[in-house]
Design a protein around this ligand. Structure first.
Ligand code: GTP
Length: 381
């Protein structure tokens, strides 16, 4: 049985205010907590036991996932008193692993959506004899990332900091946030202090001549850490661009969860998800967005590529493009909010307080009534 560690202790600061009360891995993506998608894919790959390395809002994980039985997994939870960084968290969580020193251990960042063949990564690692195998992905613009060049045999040659000049752009390969460690390599990470795998553990293994293997995989890959990536990842799951066994309904242009109330004259599309108990009024147009449980979008509002927080309200005829509305916030009627704006949890914006000349929001979807968007039941509750 393969064991895995899920790194879920980060603060998710780039997604604030959504992460003010909910850790990033528990935010609903395509209708279920993001981790439900990751756990389902791990189970499919033959993972049997997962240790959650928690820190920020640690107490919120176990009530949802429990012992893991309904996911076909055995789950354990380990909490850091102080965040230990990615490497320190792996070392700390390894206390609950049962495999021997030569066994492979999968490690996942808790915010990566990918189409990677996890079983193939693990099996290739076993056969290679490497200390660590890491999933690498290629990005069109690698300037914002640390780079990981490899040789023709997949041997990692270096871990390079973000390139500062064109001559430092030696590869477009970056660390994709999924690893297979040989258990004994985890045991060599220092215990009880902050360690970064990216900055300390992996470069240290290279410096001591260990075999660190990189596997470039060009299937779907997305780090859901920013609002734009978060809505894209959710929409891609809803539309089936990236498959997930945890999707709580059929693939389509929109996903409406059980208990949501969408007026037949509302228009949903581009992978929008409407959470349980949310309400979309007549004439509202919601495209490519995540409407979290209990949120309300009033008549005539147009919402594009935005996240509408739990139990928040978007007033009539508002226009939102690439906006994040925190939980419990209220946007008064007639506001036109500029792209990139974030509204804090519980904040109230008076009617017509902001009127940017927003570009017209494209509408490619059909009305709910004519497109026959099905209502779906969440599978993983
Ligand atoms: P930002 O604050 O927006 O950068 O997000 P983040 O806190 O999630 O950080 P980042 O995306 O760099 O983290 C990568 C993965 O490691 C995520 O799954 C985090 O939950 C996890 N992580 C980061 N730091 C820690 C830590 O100190 N402890 C644990 N247990 N996990 C961590």
């Amino acid at each position: 049985m393969t064991e895995a560690i899920l790194l879920v202790g980060g603060q998710g600061s780039r997604l604030r205010p959504l992460t003010s009360h909910t850790p990033k891995p528990l935010l609903h993506v395509a209708g279920v907590p993001f981790l439900a998608h990751q756990l389902a894919r791990a189970a499919e790959a033959g993972v049997g036991r997962v240790v959650f390395a928690t820190s920020y809002l640690a107490e919120l994980f176990e009530p949802y996932f429990g012992d893991g039985e309904r996911f076909g997994l055995h789950l354990e939870y380990v909490t850091e008193d102080q965040p230990l960084g990615t490497g320190g968290a792996i070392r700390n969580a390894a206390r609950r692993l049962r495999g021997g020193p030569d066994e492979p251990v999968l490690v996942f960042n808790g915010d990566i959506l990918s189409g990677l063949d996890i079983a193939a990564l693990r099996d290739g690692h076993r056969a290679s004899g490497a200390a660590v195998t890491m999933h690498l992905t290629r990005v069109p613009d690698p300037r914002a990332f640390g780079l990981v060049p490899t040789d023709a045999d997949g041997r990692v040659l270096a871990f390079l900091e973000k390139p500062e000049s064109p001559d430092q752009l030696v590869t477009d390969q970056i660390n994709a946030g999924c690893y297979v460690f040989t258990r004994s390599a985890i045991d060599r990470i220092p215990d009880g202090r902050v360690v970064s795998v990216e900055r300390e553990t992996f470069p240290g293994l290279l410096a001591s001549g260990e075999f660190v293997r990189g596997v470039v995989d060009d299937t779907y890959w997305l780090d859901l850490g920013t609002p734009a990536a978060f809505v894209k990842g959710s929409a891609d799951l809803v539309r089936g661009v990236v498959p997930s066994p945890a999707l709580p309904g059929p693939v389509g242009e929109a996903l409406v969860l059980d208990g949501a109330d969408v007026h037949p004259d509302a228009v949903l599309g581009e992978g929008t998800v409407v959470g349980e108990g949310a309400h979309i009024a007549a004439g509202a147009v919601v495209n490519g967005s995540v409407v979290l449980p209990g949120a309300r979008i009033a008549a005539g509002a147009r919402v594009h590529r935005s996240v509408i927080g739990r139990h928040s309200v978007v007033g009539a005829d508002c226009v939102l493009d690439s906006v994040v509305v925190g939980d419990g916030a209220t946007i008064g009627a007639g506001n036109e909010l500029p792209s990139g704006l974030r509204i804090g949890c519980g904040a109230t914006l008076a009617a017509e307080a902001v009127r940017t000349s927003a570009a017209p929001i494209p509408c490619t979807a059909q009305s709910l009534a004519s497109s026959g968007v099905p209502h779906a039941s969440p599978a993983a509750r």
